[in-house]
Write a protein that binds this ligand. Structure first.
Ligand code: ADP
Ligand code: MG
Length: 645
């Protein structure tokens, strides 16, 4: 095997498992990886749907090393190509990228080298494709041509996805113009049925090997909070996660600015990212985060696709996103290193309204709004809202959305760890519905807040002016907490007794089903959180909490399943050694001008602490250590570990 920079040839005679170890330092394939690699090596197109962090890159990087010829990787993430290429180079893989960040000299040089067969992997921005492949590359007699075209983040080709990129429409035309059709491999973390069909059709995949791996990420803990004071809740989340790296997603640029500024003035190491910043600032801020100079990133959804920062240990959503796909993808940026990580959603009912507004107005540049698309997106928003307001297992709701059946109890989400009681809410439900009914008799309809206010006998101006205080249902729930009324309301909406209509100011309306609520033998049951003593509630949300005393009864699954994984005690490691290794990593990464995680992930450092390798052979047993990394970094790390005993 050899690689020479002067236009030499890169020859490999290893199998895929050997490459996994040699270049990437891993000993075992993750689910789906081996199958996908085999399919590509057998010359088949593939479509792989695997959750964020599952390890999609290796599925094409390993074939790229084994196939004769060049692998082109189309990725929308210009700002990250450099990091990806750095990481590959650091592992000993000859790789480069073509995008608008290169000067014309660099660009020409890269093409020249690629045509000479110097690289195995070339990342390319989709915008470049409309111009066709540079002729030197397409027609080079020295290179064996393009063996494989990879479309990363393939959902970007579909309007039904959450991240449509028009430039992705150029891809098929581009492939068609190549002299020989390469193997085409599409990868995405999010694809519902519609998106999957689009990918297959719009990318002209030919009889692809389609693989969807399980979407569960068992190391992620899911939590929903409905705080009265969002910022206070955020501070509390951060207080218990000092020194950890995390992302805080907000729905608007303005909120990003506010949250970032306030955290900054309170002394947090924080930076920000949104589309309103210029390229340079975005790049700098992103680097501050990736290079661990600032542990916290406050951002809109413009940030993060393809980010492979492995030590993000929490993702907090300060606002609720538009749909579950976006949520899962964003939240999934936590815990890529496989360590425990937290995904927390701070929900407020306003989020629903803002999102409705955004969905309605997202296409205003086009003259004719695509009504079907708007409806579709509103439907997705509804699912997201049910995630935020429902009482069932959060993980199972997420997985169900992606078409998987999961146990109704995961033991590792805030709902599973809240004590819920099956509660008869027939009476409050009837009161709420009656109130909507009485309003309807008067030809009026109002949003949730106002209806709650009427039911509680509020005395504000709006109530007096609209004469709602003369309704027979005025004040009939004066003793019930607004939060509880809202919970029952949400349940009635989810169960289609009521629905919300209108966008900017959605109002409660009756559905045909509402009558059932008044059937004499009808009881309406729902799971409601049991009110807990405050100190008990405080530690809700951490993994090491006590088992709940009562649990959701689920006819399908019977007794709650105790998730084995989470019961494993965390391997204790020597923190002092870990810090020393981190220090060394920091130094080496600065010298090499790459982010720390490109040298080694936290998980690799932890593994070193556990295994305490004494020799180069033993060092190779550490997760994430391959031949190239051993050679580059072995002595330094071994020196520290040996000196530590
Ligand atoms: P995705 O693109 O699916 O979101 P990546 O390809 O970026 O995920 O991989 C996520 C992380 O998992 C990376 O840090 C990668 O090194 C690691 N990884 C991938 N495959 C394996 C494996 N077989 N064993 C251990 N770690 C792996
Ligand atoms: Mg990826």
């Amino acid at each position: 095997m050899g690689y020479t920079a002067g236009g030499g040839v890169f020859i490999i005679s290893l199998n895929k498992a050997a490459i996994l170890k040699q270049y990437f330092g891993y000993t075992q394939f993750r689910p789906g990886q081996a199958e996908l690699i085999d399919a590509i090596l057998a010359g088949r197109d593939v479509l792989a749907v695997m959750p964020t962090g599952a390890g999609k890159s290796l599925c094409y990087q390993i074939p790229a090393l084994l196939l004769e010829g060049l692998t082109l990787v189309i990725s929308p993430l210009i700002s990250l190509m450099k990091d990806q290429v750095n990481a590959l180079q650091d592992a000993g893989v000859p790789a480069a990228f073509l995008n608008s960040s290169l000067s014309s000299g660099e660009y020409a040089d890269t093409i020249f080298r690629a045509a000479g067969g110097e690289y195995k992997i070339l990342y390319i921005a989709p915008e470049r494709l409309s111009k066709g492949l540079p002729p030197q590359l397409a027609e080079s007699s020295r290179s064996p041509g393009i063996a494989l075209v990879v479309i990363d983040e393939a959902h970007c080709v579909s309007q039904w996805g959450h991240d449509f990129r028009p430039s992705y429409m150029e891809i098929t035309g581009f492939i068609r113009r190549l002299k020989t059709r390469p193997i085409t491999a599409a990868f995405t973390a999010t694809a519902t049925g519609k998106v999957r069909e689009d990918i297959q059709r719009l990318l002209s995949l030919s009889d692809p090997y389609v693989l969807t791996t399980g979407f569960d990420r068992s190391n992620l803990y899911f939590e929903v909070q409905k705080p009265r004071d969002r910022f206070g809740a955020l501070l509390e989340c951060l207080a218990s996660r000092r020194d950890k790296s995390g992302i805080i997603y907000c729905s608007t640029r303005k909120t990003v600015e506010e949250v970032c500024h306030t955290l900054d003035t309170r002394g947090f190491g924080v930076t920000r990212y949104h589309a309103g910043l210029n390229d340079r600032e975005r790049r700098e801020n992103q680097d501050d985060f990736i290079y661990d100079r600032k542990p916290l990133m406050v951002a809109t959804n413009a940030f993060g696709m393809g980010i492979d920062k492995s030590n993000v240990s929490f993702v907090i959503h300060y606002n609720m996103p538009k749909n579950i796909e976006s949520y899962y993808q964003e939240a999934g940026r936590a815990g890529r290193d496989g360590e425990k990580a937290d995904c927390i959603l701070l929900y407020s009912p306003q989020d629903v309204q803002i999102n409705r507004y955004l969905i309605r107005n997202s296409q205003d540049e086009e003259e004719v709004k695509d009504q079907a698309l708007v409806e579709h997106n509103l439907e997705l928003l509804k699912e997201m809202t049910f995630y935020a307001t429902g009482s069932g297992c959060l993980r199972s709701r997420l997985l169900a959305y992606f078409g998987e059946t999961a146990p109704a109890y995961c033991g590792n989400c805030s709902n599973c760890n809240t004590v819920f009681e099956e509660t008869d809410v027939t009476v409050p439900a009837r009161k709420i519905i009656s109130c909507v009914y009485r309003l309807k008799e008067r030809g009026r309809s109002f949003g949730k807040m106002m209806v709650i206010n009427i039911l509680r006998g509020g005395r504000d101006e709006k109530i007096r002016a609209s004469h709602c205080d003369t309704l027979s249902t005025y004040g009939i729930m004066a003793d019930t907490e607004p939060r509880r009324i809202r919970q029952v309301m949400d349940h009635l909406i989810e169960e289609s007794y009521l629905s919300l209509e209108g966008d900017e100011y959605p109002v409660l309306v009756l559905t045909p089903r509402y009558r059932e609520a008044f059937d004499e033998e009808k009881t309406i049951m729902m799971m409601l959180p049991k009110e807990q003593a405050p100190e008990k509630r405080k530690d809700a949300g951490r993994l090491d909490r006590a088992e709940p005393v009562e649990k959701t009864k689920s006819p399908e699954t019977g007794a709650p399943e105790k998730a084995g994984k989470k019961d494993l005690p965390e391997d204790p490691i020597d923190e002092a050694l870990f810090l020393k290794l981190k220090e060394l990593r920091g130094r080496l990464s600065q010298e090499a001008r790459v982010p720390a995680y490109i040298v080694f992930s936290d998980a690799s450092l932890r593994d070193m602490c556990r295994k305490r390798p004494q020799s180069p052979e033993q060092f190779l047993n550490v997760a994430g250590v391959g031949a190239v990394k051993l050679e580059k970094y072995g002595d330094d790390f071994l020196g520290i570990i040996r000196g530590f005993n």
